[in-house]
Ligand binder design. Sequence first.
Ligand code: ADP
Ligand code: MG
Length: 376
Amino acid sequence: MEMDETQHSSHIDAPGLVFSFFLKYAMLLTMKVLGIESSCDETACAIVEDGKKIYSNVVATQIPFHQIYKGVVPEIASRKHAEWILPVVRQALAEANMTMDDVDAVAATNRPGLMGSLLVGLTFGKTLAWATGKPFIAVNHMLGHLYAAHLQNDIPYPYLGLLVSGGHSIIAKVNGFDDLEILGTTMDDSVGEAFDKVAKYYGLGYPGGVIIDKLAHEGDPKAFTFPVPKLDKRGEHRYDVSFSGLKTAVIHQADQFLNKGYENTKENICASFQETACRTLTSRLFRAIDDTGLKTVVAGGGVAANSRLRALLAERTDIQCIFPPLKLCGDNGAMIAGVAYHFLARGDRSGWNTSACARIPQFKRGLANLEAFGRR
Ligand code: ADP
Ligand code: MG
């Protein structure tokens, strides 16, 4: 399944333009892309050369403004983006010791995310590109998360992608930087959402993932035996995950799952919840590894920062699991600039009429894959 089939609908139609573009950039000249990310609660901008070399990577987090509400408030998020986008872009240029004259193209996230937030970065990016006469590329945020690990590693395709963030939990066969076959996804909540909701209920703070990860180190994962969702092992849900049942069990029925000899402490809750959430992901991922024979896993998204998830995957010595460095797991502009480089290098660019899209229907499961693996 081509994830971005509608994204670059406005390819350049003048062959001369394509030719001159290739002459300039594909003849082994370098290409510096300014990438903007504003899909949720981080205003970010980076300058990256050839999809690899990061000159600057500025991430202005709005966490303090949303913390008191224990979650992202969309209206506050878009207002902060509007306030911060110009200083953040200026800072990215300053840290790279560059002006717009040194930049070859501009990219911005246009999907998925909060509509108001997306519109700020997208409109800013298109305007900046138009005003400075540079090509513009709109980037799918999830392609960005997947690309984060590529910024510092040369990773051959195909491989299995594990995209775990505040909005998504996806296992995909990745054939190219924009070519994902979705094998499994969540039936309800995303894994990051489960971390955030559990933390919110127990008053641990926001965002929940990193706090739970920390507290879990002081707890015992065996204290509670929370249920691992049992979706059918053979059919269409073979690689799917579900976190809503786990979230409900941890929030409303924890006592029912407390094992003898253990105390109901927040540390034990965190350790046991985290263990179950991570094992839910790895159980489906390991199935996909067995079925496809692919031995490389590339993780991305905020939850890819989780220490237990990293440890569980490191236990499988027969596979190679590549994680982005911690600071590239969360939202950032470098991953957007990195993806954009590959679109540009093959001659794509987005039209000035490119719009933002809060959801991405392409993340639906591709059942054809199950047939290909002989599971249906
Ligand atoms: P999105 O792209 O959907 O906005 P991000 O990629 O920014 O999501 O990731 C944010 C999510 O990652 C949040 O749900 C947060 O709780 C989670 N997260 C961040 N660090 C960790 C961690 N160490 N363990 C588990 N979850 C984490
Ligand atoms: Mg993200």
